[in-house]
Every structure is written in structure tokens, then in C-alpha cells.
Ligand binder design. Structure first.
Ligand SMILES: Nc1ncnc2c1ncn2[C@@H]1O[C@H](COP(=O)(O)OP(=O)(O)OP(=O)(O)O)[C@@H](O)[C@H]1O
Length: 230
């Protein structure tokens, strides 16, 4: 099985290496197609870990490899290119651009990756159809419900076929029914795209949608639950 993400002995403190440690000796290995959840008390460093994996921040020690490429050895411009091309993001607060339509929001990663406009249209339509929002392509985010906005965000996160999807508390702003719908959709889409996904969540029911659940605490990242039956 192809090893998609390898994290070795990752350490991060804020205020420099002598500052307050947040992550200590974190290890994680994910195969292509893995869908895992990370839980943990508030402040244990879950978002910090996602930021390091995304290359938005740099660790004090340790290594991160994505499909064999060492992120921790790259300069900022190369990390940005890799992030744009190979990663998709879903956030708690949706982060859709309010002045762009639904279709324009979904097309953003394609534009950033210089996919020709002629090829963007079909791809955006396919993704919007997949998340059940083909009829809302010309709507603006303010005209949608929270659950619909998050479905747009899922389409945007996958439209450029990233290898890795990072979702930080994607159901945190949703009611129970919308949360369940978004999780089901996320899982199905991740499977269909053959993507690897990390879901950070406080919600046990959200975590239960993953194949494995890890817990992050001051000692590191621990596997909490065995793989669920597919
Ligand atoms: N840029 C920063 N500068 C200084 N301290 C920071 C910074 N970002 C996060 N921290 C601190 O690092 C610790 C971990 O924060 P982080 O947001 O990663 O935790 P979390 O597990 O995601 O928390 P939550 O579940 O509440 O979102 C917290 O104590 C936080 O205050």
C-alpha cells in the first residue's frame, strides 16, 4: 500500500524551541485512501498539527513527507505550490468568498493551479452535482444554509483532485442533520476520489465516520479505536 503521509517525531513549541511545547514527538503514517479522525482536548495542538501538515507553519524538529516528498525540507514557495496542487481544505467556518458565486468558489483551486478556463467548467459542474448543488451554481454563499455552504466547501476541497484532504472541525457550525449529511458526503467523495483524509473534530459521532480515530495529548498521537469495518 502506498504510504501517502509520513510524520516522524514532530515537535512544535510556540515562542521558539525553548517556548511552551505544543506537539511533542508526534508520529503518524497514513496510506493512500486512509480516512482518519484526530480528537483531543482543546489546546492539545490539533490545529497546529494540521497547519504543519499543510506547510503553513514549520516544526521545530521532525519530518513530514507527502508522497515521498519532504515538506519539512522545502522553502515556502515550494510548500505553497505543493499545498495548492496536492491538498484540499474544509474549515469549520466554511471560508467561502462572499462576492463569488458557488461555481466560482468551487473553481478557485483550478484557477490557482492554472487549469484552463475551458476545462474548469465541466469539472466544477461535476463536483457540484456530486454534492447535490448543481442547481445552485449561480447562487451566492449568503443565499445558502450552513449545510449547503459546507457541501460547496467539500466540492471546492476536491475539485483539483488533491492527494490529501484536511478538515478542521467541518461540522462544528452545523446542526445534527446537516452535520450527518456533510460527513456522509465527505466520506463518499473522499472514497470516490481515492483521496487520503484527516478529520479533526471534537465530535465523537463525526470521528466515528472515520476508519481510525487518533487521540492527541501531551504525550503524542495515539491510536484510539481500531479500524471500523468498511
Ligand atoms: N500562533 C500561535 N502563537 C502562540 N500560541 C499558539 C499559536 N497557535 C496556537 N497556540 C497555542 O497552542 C496551543 C494549541 O493550539 P491549537 O489551536 O493547535 O489547539 P487545538 O487542539 O486545535 O485546540 P481547539 O480544539 O480548541 O481548536 C494552544 O494553547 C494555543 O493557545
Amino acid at each position: 500500500m502506498l504510504r501517502l503521509l509520513s510524520i516522524h517525531q514532530l515537535c512544535k513549541a510556540y515562542g521558539g524551541p525553548q517556548g511552551r511545547p505544543v506537539l511533542r514527538d508526534v508520529d503518524l503514517t497514513l496510506a493512500a485512501g486512509d480516512y482518519v479522525a484526530i480528537m483531543g482536548e482543546s489546546g492539545t495542538g490539533k490545529s497546529t498539527l494540521l497547519n504543519l501538515i499543510a506547510g503553513l507553519d514549520t516544526p521545530d524538529a521532525g519530518r513530514i513527507l507527502l508522497a515521498g516528498r519532504e515538506l519539512t525540507g522545502m522553502g515556502e514557495a515550494e510548500r505553497t505550490r505543493l499545498r495548492r496542487r496536492s491538498m484540499g481544505f474544509v474549515f469549520q467556518a466554511f471560508h467561502l468568498l462572499p462576492h463569488l458565486t458557488v461555481a466560482q468558489n468551487v473553481a478557485l483551486p483550478l484557477a490557482l493551479n492554472q487549469v484552463p478556463a475551458s476545462r474548469r467548467r465541466a469539472r466544477v459542474q461535476a463536483l457540484l452535482a456530486a454534492v447535490g448543488l448543481a442547481a445552485r451554481a449561480d447562487s451566492y454563499p449568503r443565499e445558502l444554509s450552513g449545510g449547503q455552504m459546507q457541501r460547496v466547501a467539500v466540492a471546492r476541497a476536491l475539485v483539483h483532485e488533491p492527494q490529501l484532504l484536511l478538515a478542521d472541525e467541518p461540522t462544528g457550525n452545523l446542526d445534527q442533520d446537516s452535520a450527518a449529511q456533510v460527513l456522509e458526503l465527505l466520506r463518499r467523495q473522499v472514497r470516490e476520489h481515492g483521496c487520503t483524509a484527516i478529520l479533526v473534530t471534537h465530535s465523537r459521532s463525526a470521528a466515528a465516520s472515520a476508519d481510525r480515530v487518533y487521540r492527541l495529548d501531551a504525550e503524542g498521537l495515539h491510536l484510539q479505536a481500531p479500524a471500523r469495518t468498511p
